[in-house]
Every structure is written in structure tokens, then in C-alpha cells.
Design a protein around this ligand. Sequence first.
Ligand SMILES: [Zn+2]
Length: 64
Amino acid sequence: MFMQCPNCNGKDIGKIGSQQFYCWNCFIEMSVTGDELTVHQVEADGSLSSLNDLFTEDERKLKW
Ligand SMILES: [Zn+2]
């Protein structure tokens, strides 16, 4: 499976759940829904804020 971070284009992606991934380069969390990525930033207090607005639908499409 090929996975690339939509934010930094890095490939240093760790798997943290069955459908959840983490970018060790820019510290964002991605979860897979269907063939789309949902991108979150983990805040200092542990809550998640959505970064989906920063990306186009195309950028969040899975490319594998
Ligand atoms: Zn990244």
C-alpha cells in the first residue's frame, strides 16, 4: 500500500489504527473513509481539529 501525506508529501507515514495513519514529518493524523482521506491536526490538549478545508477533494483522494 502506498501512502503519501497530502500536507507535506512525505512518505514517513505510520499506521496507528485500522484506518488511521499518522505523518511523522508534519504531525497530522489521517483517517481513511472509503477512498478519501480525512485530515486532522492533533492539538496540544489531545483534541482533533479538521484540516480538510486546506485540501481539495482531489488531494484527499487515495492514490493507491
Ligand atoms: Zn505530512
